[in-house]
Design a binder for this molecule. Structure first.
Ligand SMILES: Cc1cc2nc3c(=O)[nH]c(=O)nc-3n(C[C@H](O)[C@H](O)[C@H](O)COP(=O)(O)OP(=O)(O)OC[C@H]3O[C@@H](n4cnc5c(N)ncnc54)[C@H](O)[C@@H]3O)c2cc1C
Length: 463
């Protein structure tokens, strides 16, 4: 099934996919037509219009995570501690600022290209929705302050409850530079603009094989694409390639969209473009739409077995009812707003919560970027700059950054331990967070198992 966002985008501008049916030769072949692939294509063209760029996409551009997400265009500020640890102070601060620039650049792109993608820069409220989460942000704010950065405003509890429209928000901080978008409209507009700028886009064209060498070859069912460089912009689907199987964990995130209830949203103060999420591992994230709906998502859904992702998370969300109940718990006046759509999609987690960029081991002309861990709408624009430099062989701040890994990180155990362990950890996190919501002390075993989950936002401190 298509997400609500993609349906809306295709209604506004129907797709006319062109599959690839002949062999071709190109300078850069990008595999994957989501935000990462499309920003990379545009960035290459921005640097040098004469570079021939081809994108192949298995389904439609924007049909992956890019057209199904919550539409929070965030910075990397909430992940500053890890970023600064990996990159050091100077480079870490450069990338943190680049992630703020990325949100501005998305806004500028939306302003100058047609559909606008409903870009609204009204900030992000990072909250505690139970007592245990209070102060989850403090260590991040401390690290940022040590580097002279103060992107978050610390708010009084009453301000947080008022801004978030619910007494469930007990405390929180506010980052003003975050925006919300209609993500599928953004992805489809990116594809249209890339095409107008001379990028060749072939949809309904899946890569079925990949060969390294000085001129790598991407195989599809009907054709071979020979290129100077290949960019793998597959995000969760990179997990299907054995080389990445132990470095990224695809995990479903589920989203529910209510029917339009503009008056009720106005009554609780949620009719702006503010983005809100809490500090749990199975994170709740929510925002309104300009036509008065609440879009409410939850992370930490299903995981696939043994790299078999395929179109596994293309179906309706199995957590529809659970998320609808969560909406009622946060916003009692929206409990019977009615659900217009409920879908899910593949997000990816990495050990650090930050994406991986690099060159394929033993095949330097094949580069990759994936693993945004629920925060890719804004950072995929930064990813486009890393990948453009890597694909073009530039020696610059992007290709030389410590963020570019020497070889794919390995943190996941092999199957069947990964799948069984993942299920066990996910269930323990759910029980732990339910106990915390109820004001109970979670079991020690659940707490220990939950501690094995890969990081997302900063770890939750005990108040
Ligand atoms: C439900 C959900 C909610 C999220 N909410 C947010 C949010 O609010 N804010 C945020 O910042 N991030 C969020 N994320 C994460 C964000 O959506 C991603 O980080 C981002 O979209 C990644 O973009 P991408 O281009 O790397 O990946 P994708 O958009 O997944 O693109 C990869 C593309 O590769 C294609 N593909 C796969 N296999 C092949 C093949 N063999 N050949 C050719 N093409 C192939 C796929 O069809 C897909 O279009 C969310 C993710 C999900 C799933």
């Amino acid at each position: 099934m298509r997400s609500f966002w993609l349906e809306q985008a295709l209604d506004a501008e129907p797709a006319s996919p062109v599959p690839l049916d002949h062999d071709l030769s190109t300078d850069v072949c990008i595999v994957g037509g989501g935000f990462t692939g499309l920003w990379t294509a545009l960035e290459i063209k921005r640097r040098d219009r004469s570079v021939d760029v081809t994108v192949i996409e298995a389904d439609l551009c924007g049909s992956g995570a890019s057209g199904r997400n919550g539409g929070f265009a965030m910075t990397w500020m909430s992940k500053a501690a890890k970023l600064l640890e990996i990159c050091g102070g100077q480079e870490g601060v450069r990338l943190l600022r680049a992630s703020e620039d990325a949100v501005r650049a998305i806004g500028a792109f939306c302003d100058s290209h047609g559909l606008g993608a409903h870009f609204r820069q009204h900030g992000w409220l990072w909250t505690a929705s139970n007592r245990r989460q209070i102060g989850a942000w403090q260590s991040t704010l401390d690290v940022l302050a040590r580097h002279g950065l103060e992107p978050f405003d610390v708010l009084a509890p009453a301000q947080v409850a008022a801004l978030g429209g619910s007494e469930r928000h007990l405390a929180g901080v506010f980052e003003g530079s975050v925006a919300t978008v209609q993500p599928a409209l953004l992805a489809r507009t990116l594809a249209r603009v890339a095409s107008e700028q001379g990028v060749h886009i072939y949809e309904r064209t899946a890569m079925t094989g990949l060969q390294g060498g000085a001129r790598p070859v991407v195989r599809t069912r009907e054709a071979r694409v020979t290129a100077e460089a290949v960019v793998l912009a597959l995000n969760a689907w990179a997990h299907e390639l054995p080389v990445f199987r132990r470095s990224i964990l695809p995990i479903a995130s589920d989203v529910v969209m209510t029917r339009p209830v503009p008056d009720r949203l106005h009554a609780v103060g949620l009719d702006t473009g503010i983005a809100i999420s809490d500090s749990r591992m199975l994170v709740n994230y929510y925002r309104s739409t300009p036509d008065g709906r609440l879009c409410f998502g939850k992370g930490g859904g299903a995981i696939p077995f043994a790299g078999r992702l395929g179109r596994r998370f293309d179906d309706a969300s199995p957590r529809r009812e659970a998320i609808a109940r969560e909406i009622g718990r946060f916003y009692p006046t929206l409990a019977d707003a009615g659900i217009a759509a409920a879908w899910r999609g593949p997000a990816t987690r990495t050990a650090t919560g930050l994406p991986h960029f690099g060159r394929m081991p033993g095949a330097a002309a094949i580069v990759y970027g994936h693993g945004y861990t629920g925060n890719g709408v804004g950072p995929s624009h930064v990813g486009g700059q890393f990948l453009a430099s890597l694909a073009l062989g530039a020696r610059d701040e992007w290709s030389q950054s410590p963020m570019v890994e020497r070889r794919p990180a390995r943190f996941l155990p092999p199957e069947p331990v990964r799948y069984a362990g993942g299920q066990l950890v996910r269930a323990a996190v759910g029980r732990k967070e339910a106990a915390e919501d109820a004001g109970r002390e979670p079991g020690r075993l659940d707490t220990a198992l939950a501690g094995l989950a890969p990081s997302g936002l900063a770890p939750v401190r005990k108040p």
